[in-house]
Design a protein around this ligand. Sequence first.
Ligand code: NAP
Length: 545
Amino acid sequence: MANSTNSDVDVDVLVIGAGVVGIYALYRAVNAGFSAMTLEAGDDVGGVWYWNRYPAARFDSESYTYGYLFSKELFGEWQWEEEFATQPEIERYLNHVVDRFELRDRIRTGQRVVSANWDEDGNRWIVTTEKGETVRSQWVISATGGLSVPHYPEIEGLEDFQGEGHHTGAWPHTPLDFAGKRVAIIGNGPSGGQILPAIVDIVESVDLYQRTPTWTTPLNNAPISDEKHQQLNENFDEIVRVLSTSPSGFLHTPAGKFSTDDTPEQRQEFYEQIWKSPGFAKLTSNYYDMTTNREVNLEFCEFLAGKVRSIVTDPVTAERLIPKDHLFGAKRPPFVAGYYEAFNRPQASLIALRETPIVRIDTTGIETTEGHREYDIIVYATGFDFGTGALTRMGVVGRDGLDLSSDWEEGPSDFAGFAAHRLPNFFFPGGPHGAGGGNYPRYSQDQVDWIADALIYARENDFDRFEPTAEQEEAWMTMVETLAPLSIFSANHSHYYGANVAGKPRKFLLNPGGRGKLHEMLGELTAEHDFGGALSSVHEEVAVA
Ligand code: NAP
């Protein structure tokens, strides 16, 4: 079906987006016997792993914990090359899944959805694409992702630059040649952090424009040996159990202790171990009270600052790289190998924007209050319109004319992070309030599984409509608002609060109750035959009338 142009298709389930979540949603729908198809904006499948193809883009969750768990055979036959796979391998994996489960013919690529209108009389969605395709569908699963709309910085003259300017989230397919080039990277989150060490040794110069320093720590990647792969396969059932129930969706072993269980000397030894641990283990295997006890967090930050000072030879650069405005974990930390080491290379410079802000971009480069620098390439590693970006740009109009983009102007209101009152039969797994503080695909899998099971249940029990009640949505949003201040990612100047996009309301966009609350509230819902009034049967009403 890829790139075909059949107009006016009618299906049971329309999935929008062929990224990690969308592929799984399509698999579940097809597997359950629904007629199902996918519309995808990109020219191929992969979602973020299709668009973010910048140098050294890779997982920072362990590959086998991020990949799919629904098929033991798939898990066994795909031997990931590294603990933290690179983008090309991830893209190959997602293509493999699409082919292996015979989904490709159902996916129409190059089809960006521009409108989705609820047809009350037909009890269906009418979805159209930029190219004029129309799909009618009883159920819509919008797997359009939380990190899919690139955010460019609001800098005067950005359009004037005559060299190459690329956002990490919309990277060109033809590999960019950095050799001997003068490069600027704006942004030092996980994306900017990954690019710098990957290119520093081939460029003529690279300047990293940093607004807020981050607590970047080493990824500690390793190849996956045949023995490790075999071990993983042998433990498949246990791995699935842990990943499907643990709050963060990782396999990391918890520290099993509070900071107060150790002496100050033992704590320093423990921090050394943590520094050497893989990826997110620095959060999930740290002291239980690391993110709740300010004193111990400050002590750990001092340990990390010591690491930066010991790696970066220029003391002024080292001080500029050390965060002063947030504790470890309060913002989502990047995990990158060789980040601080890169600043010791003569080609690399750090431009501290708090001291010398950007004035403008012009045809040849970037002007700060310190002066003008010329570039061949500017990399915008400036993040995304997180959570709501894609959903509010799709022209979604629900029941009684509910226009989603206006309705969410003051921040999203939803139920369980994947549905909303007045959006009948419309699900958005991986949307705002979808992810908790952990491994995204594990949270999204919970949501997709629940949605797929709900559709099967509805079919078996003669329901044809799902719409959370206003009370159900309110209960979820009260949970979000109550628990948000307690979330680990509490720094309200990050994209998790929408703070990186000018004019976006500062509302918490993760699920602060985590998997526990999600399962609890969904469990309460499914305990009732009609999901507490969320399920209904339009055809039955018509027949009775
Ligand atoms: P990000 O974490 O939002 O970081 C954006 C960076 O750009 C920040 O350093 C920000 O500075 C800076 N910035 C934004 N606007 C700016 C402006 N006008 N002037 C100067 N600097 C500006 O974006 P990201 O690095 O793309 O990461 C986003 C998310 O993608 C991550 O949280 C993660 O979930 C995911 N990701 C994952 C991986 C992985 O799995 N390995 C890799 C990359 C990304 P401030 O901090 O001052 O706002």
